[in-house]
Design a protein around this ligand. Structure first.
Ligand code: SAM
Ligand code: SF4
Length: 333
């Protein structure tokens, strides 16, 4: 290993400070959102290849010593990984980790919300593309909306605040649901975040045929409600507006129409310990064999620094939509 100082901030070749890791704890899921996971998909990682909680804690500790402050637990569906709250308890104690959040479909959240909150998960994002039972079942390949709603209510009761709802917009699928979602989020005091579809894997490419630039949706909302620029806590690229009449904040996440690569602050780690340096590129750095090969803590840090040097300048979703064969759930979306 070359001798790079590890006391510096984790800065990539394009001068971006990286302080955020999105950690996939499983590539499996109890839903089959058609834009994310292909029907009948079976190419999951085998359990012996999943990083153990000890290994994950070790990697996050190494990241933290390099300046990573925020960790988001994701997947696949993170709540299908057994004993997740044990992991979040451990990660919340890692020195340097200041913010731990979770992305979930909320199907199993009713059971786990309190334990996760008590373990130190501070912020919660729930994927929900509509509040129409039949449409929800269609989009998610059989999901039951009432379970998600129960999960959301349990999360509120447990103390999560704010709770952000992530809605991927698709023409002809759920673009007629925006105002219902505004009403729902307003009623329950949730933040609504609208997201453009990304061409990840075969499913994402199909969904991108239904792509809607969010400016179009913003204009529709502005026709009905006054909107004002707003500030909302978070580590990501959403641009927020408030609707005072509904007492709600709406975030717009526009990876395609207005990409935000110049301020990208994150890396992702798959369940098998592969680091992905960009959602929209194949640059990666496998850590599992390194971890299982008896690496020292200092060597592990040097590996992370080498990995970061691979982080590309930007995604090319628009220019090269056929680039990415990984589906979102395999990356840690
Ligand atoms: N299962 C959890 C969930 O659904 O929140 C966490 C993982 S999921 C892969 C994370 C996010 O990726 C979800 O908000 C989902 O809507 C989004 N996503 C999946 N495929 C996508 C695509 N092709 N384009 C845009 N967003 C996508
Ligand atoms: Fe599962 Fe989340 Fe992908 Fe839907 S978006 S299939 S809930 S991983």
């Amino acid at each position: 290993m070359n001798n790079i100082s590890t006391n510096t901030k984790y800065v990539d070749p394009f001068g971006r400070s990286i302080d955020y890791v999105r950690l996939s704890v499983t590539d499996r899921c109890d839903l089959r959102c058609f834009y994310c996971m292909p029907k009948g998909y079976k190419e999951f990682e085998e359990p012996e290849d999943w990083l153990t909680f000890d290994e994950i804690e070790r990697v996050i500790s190494a990241f933290a010593s390099l300046g990573i402050k925020r960790v988001r637990i994701t997947g696949g569906e993170p709540l299908v990984r057994k004993n997740l709250a044990d992991l979040t308890t451990r990660l919340s104690k890692v020195s340097g980790v200041e913010d731990m959040s979770l992305s979930t479909n909320a199907v199993k959240l009713a059971k786990h919300a309190q334990a996760l909150y008590d373990s130190g998960v501070q912020r919660l994002n729930v994927s929900l593309d509509c509040v129409d039972t039949d449409k929800f079942r269609e989009i998610t390949g059989g999901g039951k909306l009432e379970k998600v709603i129960a999960g959301l209510m349990a999360a509120k009761k447990a103390g999560f605040s704010p709770i952000k709802i992530n809605m991927v917009l698709m023409r002809g699928i759920n673009d007629d649901q925006v105002f219902n979602m505004i009403d729902f989020c307003s009623e329950h005091n949730f933040v609504l975040r609208l997201i453009e579809t990304m061409p990840m894997g075969i499913t994402g490419k199909e969904a991108t045929l239904r792509y809607i630039p969010l400016d179009e949706i913003k204009a529709q909302i502005a026709e009905r409600y006054e909107m004002l620029p707003a500030v909302q806590r978070g580590a990501g690229p959403a641009r927020y507006m408030s609707i005072p009449e509904k007492n709600i904040n709406i975030g717009f996440i526009t990876p395609i129409s207005q990409h935000f690569c110049d301020t990208c602050n994150r890396v992702r780690m798959g369940v098998n310990g592969t680091l992905y340096l960009c959602l929209g590129q194949e640059h990666q750095y496998p850590l599992r064999d390194i971890l299982r090969g008896g690496v020292t803590d200092e060597e592990l840090k040097q590996h992370l620094i080498k990995a970061l040097a691979l982080k590309p300048e930007k995604h090319e979703f628009k220019e090269k939509p056929d680039n990415i064969i990984r589906i979102m759930s395999a990356t840690g979306g």
